[in-house]
Design a binder for this molecule. Structure first.
Ligand SMILES: Cc1cc2nc3c(=O)[nH]c(=O)nc-3n(C[C@H](O)[C@H](O)[C@H](O)COP(=O)(O)OP(=O)(O)OC[C@H]3O[C@@H](n4cnc5c(N)ncnc54)[C@H](O)[C@@H]3O)c2cc1C
Length: 384
C-alpha cells in the first residue's frame, strides 16, 4: 500500500519533471562522453535519489516496493545509465546490508549510501560463475579475527566509483554449493583490491562495469554481513528477488518512452501523402506495444503490492522480470521499425534505447534463469 498518496504524488511529479527537464536533454551528452555529468549527480543527491529504498532512520526515504516501482516507471523513461548510477545504492549494493547486516553495519554504511556520499557495488559474478552463481570460487579464509579474500569478480556495476563492495566469497571450501558462501562488506580502499579497465559495452554508455580483483585482501571479521558464515548466498538471492521487480519496472518505463517517441514520429512522418500513423500496419505495432506495456505494468504493480503485504514473490518477481524485459525489447524493436531508416541511425533516441534495453534480459538473472525459477517453484508447489 502507498503510505501517503499525496506525498508520493509530489515525489513522483518532481521525479517526472527532473527526468523530462534535466535528464532527457542530457542523454546524448552521456552517450557521447560515457559519463554522468557531475551537476546531475549532485542534483540526484539533493533529491535523495541515492537513498530511496533505505529506511528513514538511516537517512533515506524508505519507500515501499509499490512506491519504488512507481518511481522506477518514471526513471525508466530516460537513459538507463542515470538509473544505474543510483541503482546499486538503492538495490543490489545496499539491500544485503539492510536485510541481513548487523545494527553496527547498518549504522556505519547505510547513511553514507543514502546520502550518496559513497557508492556501493554487488560482487557476485565471476569469470567462470554467472548463472550458476553458487559455483563461485572467490575465497575468504579465516585468519584469526580477520579473513583473507582472493578472487576475481566480473561485470561489476559502478565498480570504478564504489566506496564499498558487497562480496560473496566461499568461507568453507569443503562445501561446494551455496551453503559454503558468505557475504562481506569490503571497503574499496582496502589494500589488495584492483579495479580492471571499464568494459566496452553494447549500450548503456555512462554506466560503468569492470572486474574487481581481490588479492590477499584482509578484512576484519566484523566485515562479515550479519557476522554469520554460510548464509551469503541466501542474502544474495534475497537481494536479487527484490532487484528483479525494480528492473522489471525500469523496463516498463523504457518501453513507455520508446512508444511515446514512436507515436510522435508516426504522427509526424508522412509517406504516400499521409502520416504513417494512418496505416493500419503501423497502428498494429503501436497497439501491440501499448497492450504489452499495460500488461507488464499491471504485473509489476501486483507483485510489488504482494511483496509489501509480506508474501513471498519469488515466482511473481521472476514472471514480471521475464515478461517486462522481453516485452521492452519487442517494443524497442517495433520502435526502430516505426522509425524506418531513421530508427537505425543515431539521430533518434530509439536507436540508443534498442541497444540499452538489451541488457535487461541478461543481468540480475537471464530470461532463461527466470524460466528455471518459475518452473522450479511451480513443480515444488505441486509436489507439496
Ligand atoms: C552490464 C552488466 C552489468 C552487470 N552488473 C553486475 C553486478 O553489478 N554484479 C554482479 O555480480 N554481476 C553483474 N553482472 C553479471 C550478470 O548478472 C551475468 O552476466 C548474468 O547473470 C549471466 O551470467 P553470464 O554472463 O555468466 O552468462 P552464463 O551464465 O554463462 O549464460 C550464458 C547463456 O546460458 C544460459 N543458461 C545458463 N544456465 C542455464 C540453465 N540452467 N538453463 C538454461 N539456460 C541457461 C543463459 O541464460 C545465457 O543465455 C552484470 C552483467 C552485465 C553485462
Amino acid at each position: 500500500m502507498i503510505r501517503d498518496q499525496e506525498t508520493m504524488q509530489i515525489l513522483l511529479d518532481s521525479i517526472r519533471s527532473f527526468v523530462n527537464e534535466a535528464l532527457i536533454p542530457r542523454e546524448e551528452e552521456v552517450a557521447e562522453t560515457d559519463e554522468i555529468p557531475e551537476d546531475i549527480v549532485s542534483q540526484m543527491r539533493d533529491m535523495g535519489l541515492f537513498g530511496l529504498t533505505i529506511p528513514e532512520e538511516f537517512g533515506g526515504l524508505g519507500v515501499t516496493m509499490e512506491e519504488e516501482v512507481n518511481i522506477a516507471f518514471e526513471l525508466g523513461r530516460t537513459s538507463p545509465a542515470f538509473r544505474s548510477f543510483i541503482g546499486t545504492n538503492n538495490g543490489i549494493g545496499s539491500i544485503g546490508i539492510l536485510l541481513d547486516g548487523t545494527e553496527e553495519q547498518k549504522a556505519t554504511y547505510l547513511p553514507k549510501l543514502a546520502s550518496g556520499e559513497i557508492l556501493s557495488s554487488f560482487c557476485l559474478t565471476e569469470p567462470d560463475s554467472g548463472s550458476d552463481a553458487a559455483s563461485l570460487r572467490t575465497t575468504a579464509v579465516r585468519d584469526g579475527d580477520h579473513y583473507l579474500i582472493n578472487g576475481t569478480k566480473r561485470y561489476i556495476t559502478n565498480a570504478p566509483h564504489a566506496g564499498i563492495f558487497t562480496v560473496m566469497a566461499r568461507t568453507d571450501p569443503e562445501i561446494k554449493g551455496a551453503k559454503g558462501i558468505s557475504a562481506f562488506i569490503v571497503e574499496a580502499t582496502t589494500p589488495g583490491i584492483t579495479i580492471g579497465k571499464c568494459d566496452k559495452k553494447m549500450g548503456q554508455k555512462g554506466a560503468h562495469t569492470a572486474d574487481v580483483i581481490f588479492d590477499n585482501v584482509r578484512v576484519p571479521s566484523s566485515a562479515l554481513i550479519g557476522e554469520n558464515e554460510g548464509v551469503g548466498f541466501k542474502t544474495a538471492m534475497k537481494v536479487l528477488d527484490k532487484g528483479r521487480l525494480h528492473i522489471a519496472a525500469i523496463a516498463v518505463g523504457a518501453a513507455e518512452r520508446v512508444l511515446e517517441d514512436s507515436l510522435r514520429y508516426a504522427m509526424e512522418r508522412k509517406q504516400f501523402g499521409r502520416p504513417i500513423s494512418d496505416f493500419q500496419l503501423i497502428q498494429a505495432m503501436l497497439a501491440d506495444s501499448k497492450a504489452e506495456i499495460y500488461a507488464a505494468r499491471c504485473m509489476v504493480l501486483d507483485a510489488a503490492r504482494r511483496r509489501d503485504d509480506g508474501l513471498s514473490v519469488s515466482t511473481e518477481a521472476s514472471c514480471a522480470k521475464m515478461f517486462a524485459t522481453e516485452m521492452c525489447s519487442r517494443v524497442a524493436d517495433r520502435g526502430v521499425q516505426i522509425h524506418g531508416g531513421a530508427g537505425y541511425v543515431s539521430d533518434y533516441a530509439v536507436e540508443r534505447f534498442y541497444r540499452d534495453v538489451r541488457l535487461f534480459r541478461l543481468y540480475e538473472g537471464t530470461t532463461q534463469i527466470q524460466q528455471v525459477i518459475i518452473s522450479r517453484n511451480m513443480i515444488r508447489e505441486a509436489q507439496q
